[in-house]
Each structure stands twice: as structure tokens, then as C-alpha cells.
Design a protein around this ligand. Structure first.
Ligand code: MEV
Length: 454
């Protein structure tokens, strides 16, 4: 059944616009303040002074392309989502799938929990006493939580703080040890520093109660108490494919996407690539907002292996009666909107502004939805035309650039490479050379896009 969501007319044909027109469209669509857009229109938006503050031995910065995924609808709200990513086709793929989903009613997303976990390891305890020791810690839980909350009183005042403890035992490992998990709501922060400080302060207090020797005190990135779910129901008609090479009904595409999911659920080799396709829609937003993408990556892949076997993070099923493909993705997402460099890096600040300055919870829901969009787009291509057709169009541009094409020549070289079905570095070089020696072709190349000043 068609349930069309409204795409934003200001963003229509975004990819065809000049940079200035794109920035104007953003201004109209997301009410981004002009000074934030100015940051985006500068090529080097991270000054050396800031880079030097952020890391040691700084020499400069390493910019990535920053673009936006359009038509993302999550919980009935429309977003333009900034992506920082080097891989061609990631933004186009996510935008395509986001539009199919928007036109089918959008993503529904929810927070399933918002606690980070800190780990305190205790060694040199007798494994025969582990059960009694665990009981001692449980008996002291209230006292320990109160103590932990004194470490960050303002976090507690803002509604966050330490909520509960859990004791885990490893009596049979080569060196027996126990671990106390500290469950902490870090509110708007990603929370690594908050969690680590609490663990370091709390560890001696635990040691006073149970003895032993304190080992590691650090958060875990397997943030399986900070989970976010995205769900979508995609109308068959959005999935159908009908061009000069391929004709497949939406039902057939949906069935094949289900088969692709079954492949990824059962085979870790396929699951790894399937999940990489999901992370194509997650990491670029994590990076654009100045968050720790290694943490999110590590958490996602560990979570994918929670059953004991590495599996697909998403699930795709078909409802033939409703005529929809149903997608679902649950991810541990540890994102902050304060702390770290999120509010210091000018591009991250602008990225958050484009999103309407969401809370960490809202940002995470957008993030998991974009992961599902990327996954859908990759699967639809894989089960129909194959991934190379779409990839090649964009890859051809990179090859043209690498062959030495000037910005105004790139499009022409890329289009020729694709239409000749020979997308290779040598073909790009040969084509560029022959093009430059053929005045008739030269005169057909459009003038370069001029960037409008803000
Ligand atoms: C490429 O960046 C991502 C894919 O390999 C994902 C997948 O295979 O599902 C296309």
C-alpha cells in the first residue's frame, strides 16, 4: 500500500545543484544559520590551532568529503543528515533508500536503553569464594551507587548517573578474576571519561569490601545497555526495478532481500560484509558529528557476535499480505552531543546544526535509521543489478580525477567510461588524452559550476 511521506521540494535534485545552491537549499530546508554554512563552504575548516589542541604532534588536518543524505524521515520528522565519508556511492545509496522508506511511511526508531557500562576487574580472590563475594557486593549496592554518584554530582542532578551494578565471575579462566559492571546513564555525553572516572574512584571502595587486587577500570564499548532500534516497512512498489536491463517486481526484490538476509544470518563471511554495508550509514554520521567511530564500530561488531556466532545485525522479512518488506536493525550506539570535540570542531558543530541540534538519543535514532537505509540500498543493488553498476558511475569520477581530469572534464570522462563499460584507470587516461586532442568534444564540455558565495 502506498503511504507517501513528503519529500522536501527545496532538496529535490540536490545532487544536480552547485555547491552554492546546495547551501541555499540547506538554509531553506533546515534553517541552518548562515555562519554555520560559511564553515561548510570553507575548504579547510579545522585550523591548526584546534588540531594542535585535539591531538599530539599535530601537523595539520586530514579533511574528508562532507555531504548530506536527503529525505531521511525518522519518527515522522524529516532530516538532512551530514555524512563525512571517502567512499563514492555511500551518500547516494543511503539517500535513495531513505527516499523509498520515506515514501513508505518513514523509519520508526526507539531507544531500548541508555546506559554505558564500566568494568572494574578484581584479581587475587579465591574462586571458591566468588559466590559469597558476589553476595557481599550485592549487599553493598546502594552504598556503592551513592558513592559513585558523588563522583559526578551534576550528572545526577541532570537526571543521569550510576543506576545499578552487576557482578560477573570468571573462576575457570587461566587467572581467575571477578568483574563489577557499573551501569551509568551519561545523558548527552558519549560518556567514556565519565564512566572511566567513576570506575577509578569506585574500585578502591569495592576493594575495601571484598579485598583482592584491583585490575582494569575502564568502560566497555560493547554498550549493550545503550541500544537503539530502527524499523521500516518498504512498499513493494518502491523496490521494483524496471529499466532497459532489469525488470523485477517489488515482491521478487523483497523476496531476494529476505534471501540475502538469511545468507548473512547464517554465514559469518557474508555477515561481515552485510554489516559493513550497515556501518556505511553509521560511521559517516558518527564522524561528521565529531564522535568516536572506533567505539561505535567495536560495539556493533561485538554485538553482532552476541549469540556466539557473528551474524547479520539487521533482519529483513516479507509481508506479502501488506505488500511490504520489513527491515529491523538494533545497534549499540554510543554518541555524544557534548564533550569530546563535538562542540569544538567547527564542522561537527555545523553538522549538529543541520540536524536541528538533536539530543544524543535523537542522534542515535537517526544513526541507526541511516544504517538500515544503507543496508537496504546495498541489498537491493546486490539482489538485482549487482553492486558494480551504481558503484562504477561514481568510481569513474575518481578514476577521471586520478587520470588528471580538471573539474570541468570529470563528468564527461566518467560518463564516457561508464557508457563504454570500461571503467579502468588506463581507459580514463586514454580517454582524457583523446578528448583533449578533439576540439569538438572540448566544446561540448559544460562550463564548470561556479560556487555561489554565501
Ligand atoms: C560496500 O561498501 C558495501 C557492500 O559490500 C555491502 C554489502 O555487501 O551488503 C555493498
Amino acid at each position: 500500500m502506498a503511504r507517501s511521506g513528503k519529500t522536501d521540494p527545496a532538496l529535490s535534485g540536490f545532487y544536480k545543484k552547485t555547491r552554492g545552491e546546495r547551501l541555499d537549499a540547506l538554509k531553506a530546508s533546515c534553517s541552518v544559520p548562515v555562519d554555520q554554512l560559511r564553515v561548510l563552504s570553507q575548504d579547510a575548516s579545522l585550523s591548526f590551532d584546534l588540531a594542535n589542541l585535539f591531538v599530539e604532534n599535530a601537523l595539520g588536518s586530514h579533511p574528508l568529503p562532507l555531504g548530506v543524505v536527503t529525505n531521511v524521515q525518522v519518527n515522522n520528522k524529516n532530516y538532512v543528515v551530514p555524512f563525512a565519508v571517502e567512499e563514492s556511492s555511500v551518500i547516494a545509496a543511503a539517500s535513495n533508500a531513505a527516499k523509498w522508506v520515506m515514501q513508505s511511511g518513514g523509519f520508526q526508531s526507539e531507544c531500548l536503553g541508555r546506559e554505558m557500562i564500566g568494568q572494574i576487574q578484581i584479581l587475587d580472590l579465591n574462586p571458591a569464594d566468588f559466590e559469597i563475594i558476589a553476595e557481599k557486593i550485592k549487599a553493598a549496592t546502594v552504598e556503592l551507587i551513592d558513592f559513585a554518584n558523588l563522583v559526578h554530582p551534576r550528572l545526577k542532578m541532570r537526571g543521569g548517573g550510576t543506576r545499578s551494578l552487576e557482578v560477573r565471575s570468571f573462576p575457570k579462566s587461566e587467572i581467575p578474576f571477578m568483574v563489577v559492571h557499573v551501569h551509568l546513564d551519561t545523558q548527552e555525553a558519549m560518556g567514556a571519561n565519565l564512566v572511566n572516572t567513576v570506575c577509578e574512584k569506585l574500585a578502591p571502595k569495592i576493594q575495601e569490601i571484598i579485598g583482592g587486587r584491583i585490575g582494569l577500570r575502564i568502560l566497555t564499548n560493547l554498550a549493550d545497555r545503550r541500544l537503539f532500534r530502527a524499523r521500516c516497512e518498504v512498499d513493494f512498489q518502491q523496490l521494483a526495478i524496471n529499466d532497459h536491463e532489469y525488470q523485477l517486481s517489488g515482491l521478487e526484490v523483497a523476496r531476494r532481500i529476505h534471501e540475502a538476509y538469511v545468507f548473512a544470518k547464517n554465514d559469518p563471511y557474508r555477515a561481515t560484509t552485510h554489516n559493513k554495508g550497515i556501518m556505511n550509514g553509521v560511521d559517516p554520521l558518527v564522524i561528521a558529528t565529531g564522535n568516536d567511530w572506533r567505539a561505535v564500530e567495536a560495539g556493533a561488531h561485538a554485538f553482532a557476535a552476541r549469540s556466539g556466532r557473528y551474524e547479520s545485525l539487521s533482519k529483513w522479512t516479507v509481508d506479502e499480505q501488506k505488500q511490504v518488506l520489513i527491515g529491523e536493525l538494533v545497534l549499540p550506539i554510543q554518541l555524544g552531543t557534548v564533550g569530546g570535540i563535538t562542540r569544538l570542531h567547527p564542522t561537527s558543530k555545523a553538522a549538529l546544526q543541520i540536524l536541528g541540534n538533536p539530543s544524543s538519543e535523537e542522534l542515535s535514532m537517526i544513526c541507526v535509521s541511516c544504517g538500515l537505509a544503507s543496508n537496504l540500498s546495498a541489498l537491493r543493488a546486490l539482489v538485482t543489478t549487482g553492486i558494480q553498476r551504481g558503484h562504477m558511475k561514481l568510481h569513474a569520477k575518481n578514476l577521471a580525477l586520478a587520470a588528471g581530469a580538471k573539474p570541468d572534464e570529470v563528468e564527461h570522462v566518467a560518463m564516457e567510461l561508464v557508457s563504454r563499460r570500461n571503467v579502468s584507470a588506463s581507459a580514463a587516461e586514454a580517454l582524457l588524452e583523446s578528448m583533449r586532442n578533439t576540439p569538438e568534444i572540448q566544446s561540448k564540455i559544460p562550463l564548470p559550476h561556479t560556487n555561489q558565495e554565501l
